[in-house]
Design a protein around this ligand. Structure first.
Ligand code: SAH
Ligand code: SF4
Length: 396
């Protein structure tokens, strides 16, 4: 989402006559688009601000993005301007700004912004505000244009992407929008993030199962494998609800690749409660997981709870989950050995290309930089926990 915001900031500045600088020390204006989801992200901006001070005099600096009110004044010491993203772009709905896509193969399309959920640990409803949805006609127009330009994949983005309802037609929910998007093309990869388990309807599962373009990859954040912690997090589902949902999804979409988000060391999380998350990881066998250590955020309701799990214990818990994930991801990845799969090449480094399969597995293989953005066939010759190794490629 932040990346997509940056694309909109770029296009807005270019419209005003600015040109991108090739190096940071050649820039006359530096815009930093920050995230406040965890304290570590905020600390990185403090580090960056320190380095900006060393740049040539006269450079103007703007800090924007998700900024907590309590941090705004502090950052004013380091930046010339500190602005909410909506103020920065001076429009009543910045999602309307046509972005400057940062490449010509993978397009980020925000369909909504903000969130009404107020999970007890989360700053998003404070920094981004309540849920605001874009009109479906406007989204579909942007997507038609992306398809015409020959992009290979589209990401539909929202903080809580499946809580979407079109402002001009209450019938168009996320499942319907996804179906309308799917109908626009014969061959484009459609991805979306992040869905909330509570809003994952049967209708949505059916749309994905029957679609031609929606890729079989799902990031379904669980946050904890313990009912008491989920309640304290204000996540409105139980562990058995989540397991039932996963079972239903796997039944209808057998090829689905599943990842999750989880927080370890939430205030008061006991060893036994954490053990329930361990059990869930062992049972579900995720392909991937984004494991965060709990970080108290100003203004949230969890801030009032005592952050009483030590850093060492949080590290330990994260490592335990990572260890399980290593095994389950490796077992899942081994199934690809010997297969030839389609890979969209995203990056190149020192003779090695990195791409993503249709089901969002990371694939590495040898190749040249000019292949970035191409869709190629890759033979999988080895599997690691965090990705697949491939051999030779042919352009599709
Ligand atoms: N809307 C998504 C999550 C968006 S935030 C959802 O409902 O799940 C992205 C991830 O950051 C979350 O899934 C969570 O795992 C992590 N996160 C958010 N707040 C956090 C906090 N205070 N401490 C640690 N991790 C946090
Ligand atoms: Fe934050 Fe996601 Fe909860 Fe919204 S649903 S408050 S974005 S964690």
């Amino acid at each position: 989402m932040n990346h997509s915001d940056s694309e909109r900031i770029s296009s807005s500045l270019e419209k005003q006559g600015y040109k991108p600088a090739s190096k940071i020390d050649e820039a006359g204006l530096i815009v930093v688009n920050m995230c406040s989801i965890r304290q570590s992200a905020v600390d990185r901006v403090y580090g960056l601000a320190f380095n900006l001070k060393k740049l040539k005099p006269g450079v103007k600096t703007i800090l924007t993005g998700c900024i907590l009110n309590k941090d705004k004044n502090k950052f004013l010491k380091n930046f010339n301007f500190v602005l909410d993203i909506n103020d920065f772009l001076k429009t009543e709905n910045y999602l309307r700004i046509r972005p400057k896509y940062s490449n010509n193969f993978s397009a980020l399309v925000p369909i909504s912004d903000g969130c009404n959920n107020f999970c007890s640990y989360c700053v998003v409803p404070f920094t981004r505000g309540p849920l605001v949805c874009r009109d479906h006609e406007e989204i579909l127009k942007e997507i038609e244009n992306i398809i015409k330009k020959g992009f290979k994949e589209i990401w539909l983005l929202g903080q809580n992407v499946n809580d979407y309802v079109s402002p001009s037609d209450a019938n168009i929910n996320f499942a319907k929008l996804l179906k309308l998007t799917d109908d626009l093309s014969e061959n484009i990869w459609i991805r979306f993030t992040s869905p909330h388990p509570q809003y994952f309807s049967n209708e949505l599962i059916e749309v994905i199962a029957r679609s031609k373009n929606i890729t079989p990859y799902l990031n379904l954040p669980v946050q904890s494998g313990d009912d008491k912690i989920l309640k304290k997090m204000k996540r409105p589902y139980s562990v058995s609800d989540y397991k039932r949902l996963v079972k239903k999804i796997r039944n209808k979409i057998p090829s689905i690749v599943l990842s999750t988000d989880v927080i370890v060391g939430f205030p008061g999380e006991t060893k036994q409660e954490f053990q329930n998350t361990v059990k869930l990881f062992e049972e579900i066998k995720f392909d991937m997981a984004y494991i965060s250590k709990y970080s108290p955020r100003s203004g949230t309701s969890a801030e009032k709870m005592q952050d009483n799990v030590s850093q060492e214990e949080k590290d330990k818990r994260r490592e335990i989950l990572t260890e399980i994930l290593r095994k389950t991801a490796l077992a899942s990845n081994k199934k690809y050995i010997g297969k030839i799969i389609d890979v969209l090449i995203m990056k190149h480094k020192e003779g090695v290309l990195m791409g993503k399969s249709r089901d969002y597995k990371t694939v590495k293989f040898q190749g040249t930089e000019n292949q970035i953005g191409k869709l190629v066939k890759v033979e999988i010759i080895d599997a690691l926990s965090w990705g697949l190794k491939g051999k030779s490629s042919t352009e599709k």
